[in-house]
Design a protein around this ligand. Structure first.
Ligand code: GCB
Length: 654
């Protein structure tokens, strides 16, 4: 009976998703920056919201008229779950509806410009209607989707009704996957295999923006090479490719300028070709912070702007796109080092979640800048977007300050054999494509992570990941970055790591095993790290390690959950890391990074290992206040920044 109901919901759900979808990888979907040819307007505000308790809204065609009865106010962007006192909203599984009205300015309507409606993200399935007409659907919670709504705007001077339905149901073929069981009309149980709350809703901004009818649709720019002389960069070659879309593409001409931070044009290509190169003399490199010969994490990294000008037969101009975060830098890996600009880089920092009180996963500028300040306070130089692509602003700020990012897909919890299905594989490729399309130009992104903790011990995972890695290499073409995934398997059972460039492993010795035995860490962790290296001969990153800690709980000798335990736990891990570090041991080291789990305490589902539905592995509380362990990390990272900056002897210039 339960299975029958589950299937019914699944089919209803999929039926609703038929029609126009914007998951296709057509269109560059460049970040909408405003300029003299393009306007950007935010639709963020308080929207009307209605919970679809019985998931009947699609069948009853709620999109045909204004939402009525039991509507409430809902901020956009925000997850909806923690906004009210209503437990049904907190744990809702299924459809939720949003609505707002807006006008389009007459100047937009009287031009031939495209009027694009863009969602920076909504979780998980989204359907969008303009005045009752369906304009787009999108699957996936963390990447943008958009469409030109001009064809749907029929009359001037009339407010436009925008209706959005979002469904957070996860299925065996979604990413992340999940399984829904309907136990009763009021009890819909969504089982997942990941450790964070399945926050839902329109959790990132909604924008309207214009572009000319024939417009710059996509820009890709890559550092092809940098020449060094005596450790100084003397020249660099950038390659670019441009896509123009619209009715007039044959008659257009493209000019590409590279503009430095002082506004000077330092390289130009006026060949008109859609693919080209730029030669830069004496380039200022984009450097990660806190490493030999680089800058402090509180200082800016060097960024250029790529200005693409589109004109009709050389003149006049018809569109401009300025990509403001172009970093000249290379990324390469050897069997034991991770090199940025030919210098060994060591990842050190804290992974996080997009998670906070009240907003859930809702994007917020205050949280972003606090995140940056805490990162700088810690002297962290990197993080992984665990376990999904983050809001664009994280990458933009990381570009500015030289914080390095491992960009991860939402493929977390691929733990069952049936999840390695052809349908999931197709969707996984889709998501990788969408992530690379969005993030390919960020200098801060130095590596793609295709999954977190899949069951990569299963035989099914072998060809699954072989295919995915080959696909990722094929689509990233010239924007070459190493590829990784995160494993929690034992190296002797690992099937997928052979296909990747870097080994990322999550290890929780003396936390999820050998409880309380801090004295065992040196033995267990040493054997494990050495085992991965011996087996795969690839650079290794400890992509997670950590211990839950209740602020204010003290114990000496240390016991689990106390602040002392977290501090001592970290110190024991660090002793082992130092033995293997590729920076500290330039001849035999192969460990290229350590990223603690987690920067902040975060919300989870309820369960007997999660007091108050929280994961307490944060070195900061959910309110961003430090626990004692934050000071241990801060000291360590500060030393790394100072000592490493001076020990530039380990610089390898090739
Ligand atoms: C992991 C997962 C992470 C969890 C963490 C934990 O390995 O990657 O999502 O939150 O363990 O604390 O259990």
């Amino acid at each position: 009976m339960h299975l029958l109901l589950t299937l019914c919901v699944f089919f209803v759900h999929n039926r609703a998703l038929r029609g126009q979808t914007v998951n296709e990888l057509t269109g560059g979907m460049l970040f909408p920056y405003e300029n003299e040819f393009r306007q950007v307007r935010s639709l963020d505000s308080i929207w009307t919201f209605k919970l679809d308790d019985n998931n009947t809204g699609i069948d009853e065609k709620w999109y045909l008229s204004e939402l009525v009865n039991n509507t409430i106010s809902m901020p956009v962007p925000s997850s909806y779950n923690d906004i009210t006192q209503n437990i049904s909203l907190k744990r809702h599984v299924g459809w939720a509806w949003y609505e707002r009205y807006f006008y389009v300015h007459l100047s937009w309507l009287s031009s031939t410009d495209r009027i694009v409606l863009r969602f920076q993200a909504a979780h998980y399935f989204t359907m969008v209607w303009i005045n009752g007409q369906q304009v787009m659907t999108h699957e996936g919670g963390h990447l943008p989707f958009e469409c030109d709504i001009r064809p749907y705007i029929e009359q001037e001077n009339v407010p436009i009704r925008l209706t959005v339905a979002v469904n957070n149901t996860l299925t065996p073929t979604t990413l992340p996957p999940g399984e829904l069981t309907i136990i009763s009309s009021t009890y819909r149980l969504l089982q997942t295999h990941f450790d964070f709350f399945n926050y839902a809703g329109i959790d990132r901004s909604v924008l309207l923006y214009t572009t000319p009818e024939t417009y710059i649709d996509d820009v890709t720019v890559v550092t092809a090479s940098i020449n060094f002389s005596g450790g100084v960069a003397t020249s660099a070659i950038l390659t670019y490719s441009i896509v123009i879309t619209g009715s007039d593409t044959q008659k257009t001409h493209v000019k590409v300028d590279l503009v430095d931070a002082d506004g000077r044009i330092v390289a130009t290509n006026n060949s008109g070709s859609m693919e080209g190169t730029l030669y830069v003399e004496n380039p200022q490199l984009w450097q990660p912070c806190g490493m030999p010969n680089t800058h402090l994490c509180s200082e800016h990294s060097y960024l250029y702007t790529l200005q693409v000008s589109l004109s009709e037969n050389v003149s006049p101009l018809i569109d401009i796109y300025r990509l403001p975060h172009v970093g000249i830098r290379t990324v390469t890996v050897t069997s034991s080092t991770f090199l940025i600009n030919n210098q060994p880089f060591y990842f050190h920092g804290a992974n996080a979640h997009e998670d906070s009180d009240l907003r859930g996963k809702g994007y917020n500028d205050v949280l972003l800048v606090k995140f940056l300040n805490l990162y700088q306070w810690l002297h962290s130089n990197s993080f992984r977007t665990s376990h999904y692509p983050y809001s664009d602003q994280f990458y933009q700020i990381a570009n500015q300050y030289g914080i390095v990012i491992i960009d991860e897909t939402p493929a977390v919890g691929l733990s069952q054999k049936n999840y390695f299905s052809p349908t999931t594989l197709a969707h996984h490729k889709q998501v990788i494509g969408e992530m690379i399309r969005r993030d390919k130009n960020h200098p801060s992104v130095v590596m793609w992570s295709l999954a977190n903790e899949p069951s990569s011990n299963l035989p099914e995972s072998d060809s699954y990941f072989e295919t995915l890695v080959a696909y990722t290499r094929s689509i990233q073409r010239s924007s070459i970055r190493p590829i990784t995934f995160v494993s929690d398997q034992h190296y002797s059972n690992e099937k997928a790591a052979q296909y990747f460039d870097v080994i990322c492993i999550n290890k929780y010795f003396s936390w999820y095993s050998e409880y309380g035995r801090l004295d065992r860490i040196s033995v267990t962790l040493t054997a494990e790290v050495q085992g991965w290296w011996d087996t795969f001969k690839k650079p290794v990153i400890i992509s997670e390690y950590g211990a839950d800690t209740v602020t204010g709980l003290h114990a000496d000798p240390p016991v689990m959950f106390s602040e002392e335990y977290q501090q001592e736990f970290l110190k024991e891990y660090h002793l082992v890391f130092d033995m293997f570090s590729s920076i500290k041991n330039t001849t035999s080291g192969f460990l290229v990074g350590e990223l603690i789990w987690n920067a902040f305490d975060f919300e989870t589902e309820q369960g007997i290992t999660r007091v108050g539905a929280k994961n307490y592995k944060g070195i900061f509380t959910r309110q961003r206040q430090p626990k004692s362990a934050a000071f241990v990390l801060r000291k360590r990272y500060e030393n790394m920044e100072n000592n490493d900056s001076q020990s530039s002897l380990c610089t390898i210039f090739k």
